[in-house]
Design a protein around this ligand. Structure first.
Ligand code: PRX
Length: 679
């Protein structure tokens, strides 16, 4: 790449001592954090210029920040970062490491850990990754894909998925990854919204010992009337060591349907292309990807991220928040179908030349020691997962953890929902053996990367608090009733005062809805949709989605707070709290509670739980209904679907909405049968 280092390349010049013209390699002290934080908000142009210098550009931007958050201005909401810069994301994740040091070609980029521990894992070097990405990018080109085209990716958690993302980035195609758990209908909706002409999929996936048909879902999706754009389906083959996999129905694996002229095996196509594929120089504001998230209304939102700002942000947050050192092995359990997989399985780690583990399976297969065994097997130093996984694992005997060594661990992380102090403590003491800090990272699909998070060992942790904002992030609590900003300490709705490079630029072809959802609620601010309390020491405590706040007898009660209280009870494994309409109190409180193994669901225990909640939060908080259930409706990524629980207790069971992302839809029927309100 001719011009990358001639225009700018400060990665070579990093030293631990900060020379003030480039960012330090690591943040070493709280004073450094404070100094850099002050610079990042007082002079964002200078700070983010230095952050952008960590990457290699064809043309380094002369304009850094150009953003408007206020929809009432003539310009309206518009977000541009590095707008005259030219860069390629794939080049920054692979080629540049090898160009800087040819030995990097031999170093591991990805460790693939298959679903079944008996199946052999493999290491993919940066050199191998580059070759695979170039060849696959040429397959895309051969099928007519060019800069700006949308490519839908519907894949299991395998290395080929990362290759597909990077190949799109290399040629400037916009990827839209749809999580492999989505139904054909949901995939069709997402394909048609962004009008993809091509879908990349796999014959099937393997998860928890089961075979998951993916290609056949694409066949169904493409046959739906709303899905009119698909011309090509590229199919990877999951063809290694599959003797003991349970098939969904007999013969499905061998009798894949095939549409000639539309469907192509990737392994066959790869034989027809060469490995010469220069990266496409992209404008910093060219789209990199679309990722759909559920909105509060039915239609999914196509969150649009662009190129230069997103990579600058994903890369810097990964480096500082995980305090990543060269050679360390990092594992994130998220699926590439979600933003965490985009930013912190693929783009953040690879742009830092990290070793990233791609795990095909689930934490409970073949048993609940799986994650801890993987940590020992690959000597993992940094482990990043979701509180729901932690809670489900801690419901079992500690010996599943303690029989493993975990000595390689240096740092733990969580994401996705508030972590209750009890789970935090277990993660810290039992999993981390008391040695490892935990970074509780608050962020969203829309934010692109970490927003509020500890940086390890710079300030004391408090279990359940994401602590302090990352560089450039100015949090603002606003009051829902008065709509006014509140000075800390304060509790209210969480907004962000000014732009950061990683933020979503729009909703795909729907800027109006983008402005409506995120900027109109509090003019001049980005509205997160989350509640938050900033305490006197400046620490942020996320209280959950603001649509999850109950108003009971004039008191606002955060359902997350009640859930956290419930799970502090020794008998409780997990809890989900929702409101239902009550003529007297406005709302009543309904608690779904999963008990630990061997704990009996007695009336005595019910009383005890009510007492626990009142003791912990206050006497005004009173769980009206406690419903013991061994299972809760969860997405395949492990999030409890409170939306469905609300419908069950409202009750409005005929309008449950989209249940296609549920891990086990049978759970919903069971809850309806057992609920005193769903009659
Ligand atoms: O409510 C917050 C919660 O997850 C939401 C964002 O979800 P999503 O876009 O799917 O992205 C998940 C991965 C970044 C937020 O609005 N959330 C995420 N992280 C945390 C969290 N809540 C509390 N603490 C966190 N660390």
């Amino acid at each position: 790449m001719a011009s990358s280092s001639s225009t700018n390349n400060s990665t070579d010049n990093h030293t631990t001592a900060w020379d003030k013209s480039s960012l330090p390699d690591q943040i070493e002290t709280f004073d450094d954090y404070k100094r850099l934080y002050a610079l990042s908000v007082e002079d964002p142009n200078q700070f983010w210029k230095m952050a952008a210098q960590r990457l290699n550009w064809y043309q380094f931007p002369t304009k850094i920040k150009n953003t408007e958050f206020d929809h009432r201005t003539e310009r309206g909401v518009e977000i541009k970062w590095f707008e005259d810069g030219l860069i390629n994301v794939c080049y920054n994740c692979i080629d540049r490491h090898i160009e800087k040091d040819p030995k990097a070609a031999e170093k591991t980029a990805i460790i693939f850990e298959p679903d079944m521990p008996t199946e052999s894992h493999h290491h993919i070097t940066y050199g191998e990754l580059l070759l695979s990405v170039k060849k696959f990018a040429n397959v895309l080109k051969k099928h007519g894909i060019k800069k700006g085209d949308r490519v839908t990716i519907y894949m299991p958690m395998v290395v080929e998925t990362c290759i597909a993302l990077l190949a799109c980035a290399r040629i400037g195609a916009i990827h839209s990854v749809v999580f492999g758990g989505f139904s054909a209908n949901s995939v069709a909706e997402r394909i048609s919204d962004c009008e993809s002409s091509i879908v990349i999929t796999s014959d099937f996936g393997v998860r928890g010992g089961k075979c998951i048909p993916l290609k056949s879902k694409i066949d169904q999706a493409a046959a739906m009337p709303q899905c009119t754009t698909v011309k090509t389906v590229l199919v990877f083959q999951r063809n290694y060591g599959l003797e003991n996999i349970e098939e969904p129905s007999s013969g499905q694996r061998s009798s894949l349907e095939w549409t000639d002229g539309r469907d192509f095996w990737v392994h066959e196509e790869l034989k027809t292309v060469d490995d010469n594929c220069p990266p496409e120089p992209m404008n910093a504001e060219d789209p990199l990807f679309i990722l759909y998230t559920s909105g509060s209304t039915g239609k999914p939102k196509g969150i649009l991220h662009t190129t230069g700002g997103y990579l600058t942000y994903a890369s810097l947050t990964f480096k500082y928040v995980f305090a990543y050192n060269p050679g360390e092995v990092y594992m994130c359990t998220a699926d590439v179908g979600w933003i965490t997989g985009h930013s912190y399985v693929v783009y953040g780690p690879l742009s830092n030349q990290a070793i990233t583990v791609v795990f095909e399976g689930i934490p409970t297969y073949p048993d609940v020691s799986r994650c801890w065994n993987i940590i020992d097997k690959h000597k993992i130093n940094i482990f990043y997962t979701a509180p729901t996984a932690i809670r489900s694992l801690m419901a079992h005997n500690d010996s599943f953890v303690t029989r493993t060594s975990r000595q390689s661990l240096r740092l733990l992380g969580t994401v996705g929902e508030p972590i209750n102090p009890e789970a935090w403590r277990w993660y810290h003491d039992v999993v981390g053996g008391g040695r490892c800090a935990i970074v509780d990272t608050w962020w969203q699909t829309e934010t692109g990367g970490f927003m509020i998070t500890p940086i390890p060992n710079l300030w004391p942790l408090e279990g359940g608090s994401a602590t302090l904002p990352f560089f450039g992030i100015q949090t603002q609590i606003v009051d829902k009733k008065s709509r006014l900003p509140l000075d800390p300490p304060s509790k209210g709705e969480l907004c962000i005062r000014d732009s950061w490079p990683g933020q979503a630029r729009s909703l795909y072809r729907n800027h109006e809805r983008f402005v409506e959802v995120y900027f109109k609620p509090y003019p001049g601010y980005y509205f997160s949709g989350d509640g938050c309390e900033i305490k006197e020491n400046g620490y942020h405590w996320i209280t959950g989605r603001v649509d999850d706040v109950l108003v009971i007898s004039g008191h606002n009660i955060g359902t997350a707070e009640v859930e956290s209280a419930l799970v502090q009870h020794a008998g409780v494994s997990e809890a989900a709290v929702v409101g239902y309409p009550d003529a007297v109190k406005n709302q009543g409180m309904y608690c779904f509670v999963t008990l630990k193994d061997n704990v009996d669901p007695t009336d005595e225990l019910r009383k005890d739980l009510i007492k626990t909640v009142r003791d912990i939060i206050g006497a005004h908080v009173f769980p009206d209904i406690i419903h013991f259930s061994p299972n809760l409706p969860k997405t395949r990524s492990g999030k409890i679907m409170r939306r469905i629980l609300r419908k069950i207790v409202e009750p409005d069971i005929h309008n449950l909405g989209d249940t296609s992302t549920l891990n086990d839809p049978a759970v919903v029927d069971e809850l309806i049968r057992a609920s005193p309100r769903a009659k």
